[in-house]
Design a protein around this ligand. Structure first.
Ligand SMILES: [Zn+2]
Length: 562
């Protein structure tokens, strides 16, 4: 075996080491079966074959074998299972690696060596497995800071075996960069509403980007927030009376070396806690709402990757809208009229539709700045409606394009890129009905922020907020002239991926998957469990998108006509 490459664990100080086998105390093998091992790993075949003679469960369960001669004399085998069925994708590798590393930790390993040989059908399966393993090694910031455990890491080091040394070095550099962004993401997104209240997120971000190519500007002055971001300020009104809960707008910027060829402009939803506001989340669905800041957390995580990989010719501007949607005497309420930064009169319909409110004026500001930038693309990123889960299930993010982005095939390319690293998501479409839905219903207002129902109970509940953002930010007025691309992303649950197309930077797979094992089940999952099963096999639920409905009906028609 070529000397393996080491990935450090989840500590901020990420470095690449090269080292010999004796540095490890166990091997974690992730592959489909011992029969398909490449010649370089031939020596692992015999012990696995031997084991399979007494355990037919090999391939289904993660097993630990004693193998004299291996580091630590032990081998954890985590099979991916079959990877060639219609519905298989590269996530089989990350899932197996995650399970394998968890088992290795249980076995007492502190220095596991991950071995995931290349697979002909999956170009990035080794990287994907490494990311799955690193995910299992994350230790929440609250556990680290609380000195709950003897160490603030689960493993001292994680090795990654590759056939070629040069290839390994590249993989390690990329995985380290991606993981450092995911770490920041998880720290911000997964922490409780006090540890990551808006002012403390600002502190964390400033510390994170100290001495890095990313610049940070924090807006905290209440008067400035009210003047520049009136819709955000309306949501912040209640929380602003509690100093530790006051809103922050965190602006980030990265400018790569060389002439800029593309500018990405990202706005992330950072609701540090979502009580629903006056339209309070009653009946036990509030728990988990500390994760409503995962859109903003993803923006911070993305900049951390930029800081590590330093892509050239790329400029990225980010805005994190960190606001607590509190309930109390001064909270904003339905029926209020708020004039947005773009001068649109917005009628509040439901205070729980606060995500669009905190993002829309920042999106408007990006629109204003975009005029001066090279090839700008605007994105909003949010843990948004429970409707996304209703439509796609809990595991899939959704991406939507506006007109120009759609014509350039933006969402489809993101989806394709997501497949490579197992960060799969679904493409949804903004339609004319979504714009109609948000048109003002009386002469008092130009725009209705929301109907009075939860988004999960609203038809097209994940598509219409995109139309709201476009209309209320004034993007609809400039798009036809400027051909700016707005791509609106939403995510189900808490996962938000990023992709750079035609660039050295890759999607950050699972950037946003907070460690569910250490967090209460998110309320969004609760909505799924409340979803009534369809009354007949072809009957879609009322919240199915038209597209899903069409597909279900077509499949049913095919089945019944044959
Ligand atoms: Zn809400």
């Amino acid at each position: 075996m070529v000397p393996p490459h080491l990935l450090p664990t989840n500590r901020c100080d990420l470095m690449v080491f090269f080292c010999c086998l004796s540095s490890f105390d166990g091997v974690v093998l992730v592959t489909q079966s011992h029969d398909t091992l490449p010649p370089e790993l031939e020596f692992l075949k015999a012990p696995l074959q031997d084991y399979s003679s007494v355990d037919s469960g090999l391939g289904e369960e993660v097993v630990v074998l004693k193998v004299p001669g291996l580091p630590g004399n032990r081998l954890v085998f985590a099979s991916t299972g079959p990877v060639n069925r219609d519905y298989d994708d590269v996530r089989r590798f990350s899932d197996a690696a995650e399970k394998g590393i968890k088992r290795a930790l249980k076995a007492g390993m502190k220095r596991p060596l991950l071995v995931c040989p290349p697979h002909k059908d999956y170009n990035s399966n080794t990287l994907v497995a490494a990311l799955g393993a690193l995910h299992a090694l994350y230790m929440p910031i609250e556990v680290r800071e609380g000195n709950v455990k003897p160490n603030d890491f689960k493993a001292c080091v994680l090795g990654l075996w590759t056939v070629q040394e040069a290839e390994g070095a590249k993989l390690v550099e990329l995985a380290n960069a991606l993981e450092s962004g995911r770490l920041a993401y998880r720290d911000i997104g997964g922490s409780d509403p006090e540890r990551m209240a808006a002012p403390r997120v600002a502190d964390y971000v400033q510390e994170l980007f100290r001495d890095s190519p990313v610049t940070v500007e924090v807006v905290s002055d209440l008067k400035t927030l009210e003047k520049e971001y009136p819709c955000l300020a309306a949501v912040n009104r209640c929380a602003s009376s509690v100093p530790r809960h006051q809103a922050r707008v965190i602006k980030l910027q990265y400018c790569g070396e060389g002439p800029i060829q593309k500018t990405l402009m990202l706005v992330g939803k950072g609701i540090t806690y979502d009580t629903g506001g006056a339209d309070i989340k009653a009946g036990g669905i509030m728990a988990g709402m500390h994760r409503d800041k995962c859109g903003a957390a993803a923006v911070a995580g993305f900049f951390q990757i930029l800081a590590k990989l330093k892509p050239r010719h790329l400029k990225v501007m980010g805005a994190m809208a960190m606001v607590r949607n509190s309930v109390g005497a001064d909270c904003y309420v339905a029926d209020e009229l708020v004039v947005s930064r773009a001068g649109r009169r917005v009628r509040v319909g439901n205070t729980d539709a606060e995500g669009r409110m905190v993002m829309v004026d920042l999106l408007c500001e990006m629109k204003e700045k975009a005029v001066r930038e090279v090839s700008p693309q605007l994105f909003t990123i949010a843990t948004l409606t429970g409707h996304a889960i209703r439509a796609m299930g809990p595991n899939y993010s959704i991406i939507m394009d506006n007109g120009p982005a759609h014509r350039s095939g933006n969402a489809a390319q993101w989806q394709k890129a997501g497949e490579v690293l197992g960060d799969v998501f679904e493409v949804s479409t903004i339609r004319r009905e979504d714009y109609e839905f948000h048109k003002g219903k009386s002469e008092y207002e130009d725009i209705l922020q929301c109907n009075n129902l939860p988004s999960s109970a609203t038809p097209r509940g994940h598509q219409t907020p995109a139309a709201f953002l476009i209309m209320t930010s004034g993007l609809d007025k400039v798009l036809t002239h400027l051909h700016k691309s707005l791509c609106r992303m939403k995510c189900s649950g808490s996962s938000v991926p990023f992709v750079f197309r035609r660039s050295t930077v890759w999607i950050l797979a699972r950037l946003c998957r907070t460690p569910t094992s250490t967090l209460p089940a998110p309320a969004v999952l609760f909505l799924v469990s409340q979803q009534e099963p369809p009354s007949s096999p072809w009957q879609p639920t009322t919240t199915c998108s038209m597209a899903s409905k069409q597909i279900i009906l077509n499949v049913y028609n095919l089945c019944t006509s044959s």
